[in-house]
Design a protein around this ligand. Structure first.
Ligand code: NAD
Length: 415
């Protein structure tokens, strides 16, 4: 059996949307292929003087509705097809929440835990310099993703600015607040995940205070999602990271898990919990399951054992197409990634708008605007799903593909 890649999954979703929308094959062909991609070799001088060659990619899937937008990932699993899939999902996400961007993604094949801060700085700066011709506030605007953070964005912004001879705040988002970042950006994806999780609970007539949640991944997205769900009254009974999973059936004290992770680097061993097998977090009995780690974790092998009523995709591409079919058959509501984790790109857009105007909004203003956009995207998707008898994923993809295809038609083909 050949292994399916995230790109296979992304193209299948597109193909199904194109069929539902009744578009011709040419539209599929145009949207299945990235508009532009760049692979670079980065010579990295290690702290001990050795030189190591590292590979990086930047893929711009679509530029029709505006500049490309998407995160930069540092992971040993990065490959070009994965970056292509993630770039395509970014196009749909931006269209779905109606921010004026196309989709992009970047990746460097490196395990950041094995490198010092100064080595990571050198890799980031050289990568930025290699992809310089295709990025910029009006071309392509990177942001943090797995393994990168606001410091990475500060280095990218500085490298780009040095080449231009002046500070260009709008070239990346997810920067430190003291350096042109937006208040509310760091927590935006997690807040968005929580907003749609609460909408989904309400749609099923479930009270947050009587609901439980399991969150896979305790990084930038999972950690905040666990915190905000707990603040909304949901008992977060299990969380996990790449080292393992922990559980407390009465609800974990998320603030103390966060403090424990800051101290030790992992959730494993938290005193108010017991350890469970990492992957088993996905099949625990709970109301809401939030996969917020990596792609393909819900697949044909485990989907039939999922006991959650709602899956809210904090991660990009956590559910394979075969798992999607199984979950649908079992009556599990899946809130798709391009809706569920769009809070990050929404506030990235706010950051870019603020940076370009050099005018800053208050945190409450950012949070209110984020909530308005998330709720309106939720309404659009659920209405479309109801009217067209589609799953939330198919509805979200159709809406997004339609918006991008409409923009293509209006712009026309050149020449
Ligand atoms: P991160 O690097 O901050 O955190 C990733 C977390 O997942 C870590 O806790 C890590 O230990 C854990 N993890 C990795 N492999 C695992 C495994 N096999 N099982 C369990 N846990 C595992 O990354 P992040 O920014 O939180 O991104 C997580 C996901 O959310 C990715 O799919 C990313 O593309 C997506 N996403 C992120 C943002 C954002 O704003 N950061 C926005 C939208 C989507």
């Amino acid at each position: 059996m050949t292994t399916r890649t995230p790109l296979d999954e992304a193209r299948d979703q597109l193909s199904s949307a194109v069929k539902t929308l009744g578009y011709e094959q040419g539209i599929y062909d145009m949207l299945a292929a990235p508009r532009r991609e760049m692979t670079v070799s980065i010579p990295l001088r290690r702290d001990d003087g050795r030189v190591e060659l590292v590979t990086g990619h930047r893929v711009q899937h679509n530029l029709t509705r505006g500049p490309a937008k998407g995160g930069l990932r540092f992971s040993p699993d990065v490959d070009l097809d994965e970056v292509r899939a993630l770039a395509m999902w970014m196009t749909w996400k931006c269209a779905l929440v109606d921010v004026p961007y196309g989709g992009a993604k970047g990746g460097i094949r490196i395990d950041p835990r094995l490198y010092s801060q100064s080595e990571l700085e050198r890799v980031t700066r050289r990568y930025t310099s290699e992809i310089m011709p295709i990025i910029g506030p009006e071309k392509d605007i990177p942001a943090p993703d797995i393994g990168t953070d606001e410091q990475t964005m500060a280095w990218m912004m500085d490298t780009y600015s040095a080449s231009q001879g002046h500070t260009v705040l709008g070239v990346v988002t997810g920067k430190p607040v003291s350096l042109g970042g937006s208040l509310g950006r760091a927590s935006a994806t997690s807040r968005g995940v929580t907003i749609v999780a609460l909408e989904a609970l309400a749609a099923l007539g479930e009270e947050p205070s009587e609901s439980t949640a399991a969150v896979q991944g305790f990084g930038k997205v999972g950690r905040g999602a666990a915190r905000f769900l707990a603040q909304a009254g949901v008992a977060v009974t299990a969380v996990s990271d790449q080292y393992g999973a922990i559980m407390n059936p009465d609800g974990l004290d998320i603030a103390s898990v966060e403090a424990f992770v800051d101290e030790t680097g992992s959730v494993v061993g938290h005193p108010g919990s017991y350890a469970i097998d990492g992957p088993s977090i996905l099949t625990l009995r709970c109301t809401v399951l939030v996969p917020a780690a990596v792609e393909g974790v819900l697949n044909a092998d485990n989907a039939a054992r999922v006991q959650a009523q709602i899956v809210v995709e904090g991660a990009n591409g956590p559910t394979t197409a075969s798992a999607d079919r199984i979950l649908q058959a079992h009556g599990v509501m899946v809130v798709p990634d391009i809706l569920a984790n769009a809070g990050g790109v929404i506030v990235s857009y706010f950051e870019w708008v603020q940076a370009n105007q050099a005018y800053w909004w208050s945190e409450s203003e950012v949070e209110q605007r984020l909530a308005d956009r998330m709720k309106s995207a939720w309404d659009d998707v659920t209405l479309y799903a109801r009217d067209h008898f589609l799953s939330l994923r198919d509805a979200a993809t159709c809406l997004a593909v339609q918006r991008v295809a409409d923009a293509h038609v209006l712009r026309g083909l050149y020449p």
